[in-house]
Design a protein around this ligand. Structure first.
Ligand code: NAD
Length: 260
């Protein structure tokens, strides 16, 4: 379906981003991975994806805190793989503290990674997409792009901003063959959430599984984690022709969290 399309997935050395990169490779996309991690394990992942799906897979280590590195990554992707047809703004970080104690450097880093980086990637990638008359931009927002929780001021602000950015880009690209949508997952059990489960286990003086159940019970009516593969398949669907008229949407995948 997506044979020979080129996808850039930020933050794809683990978690949801790697799941999306894998699902796109399985559809025949060439993929530029991005994100941190040790060199050898990134290389193993890269080579495994190439072998499994017969596509080209590369990695660029741009730190998204720095716009110049983002621009270099986009130029390099287009030079090496010929285009960027699919842009997935996935990288994200979290920090938890009440607003009156929230460290300023954490605020700045979360806004830069979870929001400003998407502005920079989109701004720099759109001319390539416009030239081809086709493009898919998928922003990994969150339920926290739609509703709030305590102690997550920067994350909630950034994700609400990302949903807003998604809508503006959708309007500016409407009818051009380019769509821009946000996916808004509830709890997915990745390292980002594992840190929160560990903190909860410590606070509750209990084990990780009990803490995980309590995390779900508080917010996610299905009482089940969203699976990485489920998010990845929604991303694949948004790239399909069947999704050509879905643009500017913020799609929850949250076990009922935002229905409450
Ligand atoms: P994760 O921590 O497992 O992975 C994050 C990825 O981003 C890693 O590859 C990391 O190297 C990369 N990254 C972080 N900072 C970066 C930077 N400055 N430059 C380049 N790469 C950087 O997280 P995840 O749970 O897979 O989250 C992926 C996205 O999904 C995030 O935007 C997150 O906010 C969102 N999300 C996650 C959940 C969840 O429950 N896990 C729920 C809703 C939304």
């Amino acid at each position: 379906m997506l044979q020979n399309r080129v996808a850039l997935v930020t933050g794809s050395t683990g978690g949801i981003g790697l799941g999306i990169a894998r699902a796109l490779a399985a559809q025949g996309c060439h993929v530029m991975l991005n994100g941190f991690g040790d060199r050898e394990s990134i290389e193993r992942t890269r080579a495994e994806l190439e072998r499994a799906y017969g596509v080209r897979v590369m990695h660029h280590g741009a730190n998204l805190l720095h716009p110049t590195e983002i621009y270099e990554m986009i130029e390099w992707t287009c030079a090496q793989l010929g285009a960027i047809d699919i842009l997935v703004n996935n990288a994200g970080i979290q920090y938890i503290a009440p607003v009156h104690e929230f460290p300023r450097d954490k605020w700045d880093a979360i806004l830069a990674t979870n929001l400003s980086a998407a502005f920079h990637t989109i701004q720099h990638t759109l001319p390539f997409m416009r030239r081809n008359g086709w493009g898919r931009i998928i922003n990994l927002a969150s339920v926290h792009g739609l509703v709030a929780s305590v102690n997550k001021a920067a994350y909630v602000a950034a994700k609400h901003g990302l949903v807003g950015l998604t809508r503006v880009v959708a309007l500016e690209t409407a009818g051009s063959g380019i769509t821009c949508n946000a996916i808004c997952p509830g709890w997915v059990r990745t390292s980002l959430v594992e840190t929160q489960i560990q903190a909860r286990a410590t606070a509750m003086v209990t084990d990780l599984e009990q803490a995980a159940r309590s995390l779900l019970a508080e917010k996610q009516p299905s009482q089940q984690f969203v699976q990485v593969e489920q998010v990845a398949q929604l991303a694949v669907f948004l790239c399909a022709d069947a999704a050509a008229q879905i643009t500017g949407a913020a799609l929850p995948m949250d076990g009922g969290w935002t229905a409450q």
